[in-house]
Design a protein around this ligand. Structure first.
Ligand code: ADP
Ligand code: MG
Length: 246
């Protein structure tokens, strides 16, 4: 089933001096329980697309239809952990804001912390965590509100290559275990290929759909294992030659 239907979506920003067309005629269905990556050059409208999905921005033309009520978990480029709050307090931040701190929910957060190896650090401060741990914590905080869709806007771009590769397996497992739909924005072809079910390639601004890749890796195959798959490099090269480079 499609969670979201995007039809002929165009977004034009109006500034005092000019009009900027960010997205042009995007039609796309977001299927439930899939990880979709959106990849394209800087400024092609990737973040704009997420802002249209969250309704922070309105479309200039076209429509976005949700087939279920969305509970959105949004993870941005910076992990946005608050240094003066403990690991546990950071994990509960979204719950404080939504005022949903019942016993079941708190137990759910505790279980997430245990499962993803942060429970022993729950009274520590984020500055004492490694890059990968911080990212897992940011993800747990996003998951605590039980989203049915996860929007990830280049969440790993500040991590070094090794941490990024390790966190990919963790994030993949978490998303698949919890059966969440996810849209991942990334600059990195390898990341898109290793994590997603479908990869949407956008042109340079105004972003139009250039290609949609439906990947056929087995459901349970981890990102680190996919990277070793014989088709990985072929797909990589195909995407690399298809993408508009900045
Ligand atoms: P990406 O995330 O792919 O780098 P964005 O969606 O952030 O791209 O931006 C697409 C284009 O729209 C860019 O040229 C950007 O400068 C412009 N833009 C984004 N937000 C606004 C805004 N609020 N007002 C005017 N222009 C904007
Ligand atoms: Mg962006």
């Amino acid at each position: 089933m499609n969670l979201i239907n995007i039809t002929k979506l165009t977004k034009i920003y109006h500034t005092p001096t000019k009009e900027i067309k960010a997205l042009d005629d995007i039609s796309l269905n977001i299927e439930e329980n899939k990880i979709i990556s959106i990849i394209g050059p800087s400024g092609c409208g990737k973040s704009t697309l997420l802002n249209l999905i969250t309704k922070t921005e309105l479309p200039s033309e076209g429509s976005i239809r949700n087939n279920r009520k969305l509970t959105i978990g949004y993870m941005m480029q910076s992990d946005a952990l608050l240094p003066w709050l403990t690991v546990y307090e950071n994990a509960c931040l979204g719950l404080d804001l939504k005022d949903i701190k019942d016993t079941d929910t708190l137990e759910y957060v505790n279980n997430l912390l245990k499962k993803y190896e942060l429970y022993d650090f729950k009274d520590e401060y984020p500055d004492n965590l490694s890059g990968g741990m911080r990212q897992r914590l940011a993800l747990i905080r996003t998951l605590a509100i039980k989203p049915n869709i996860l929007l990830l806007d280049e969440p790993f771009s500040k991590l070094d290559v090794e941490t990024r590769k390790n966190i990919s397996d963790d994030v993949f497992k978490i998303i698949k275990e919890l059966k969440i739909t996810a849209i991942l924005i990334t600059h990195d072809i390898e990341e898109a290929l290793s994590l997603s079910d479908d990869v949407i390639l956008l042109t340079k601004r105004p972003g139009r759909i250039k290609a949609i890749y439906k990947l056929n890796f087995l459901e349970k195959v981890l990102p680190s294992e996919r990277r070793k798959d014989e088709f990985f490099n072929t797909l990589y090269e195909d995407m690399w030659s298809n993408i508009d480079h900045d």
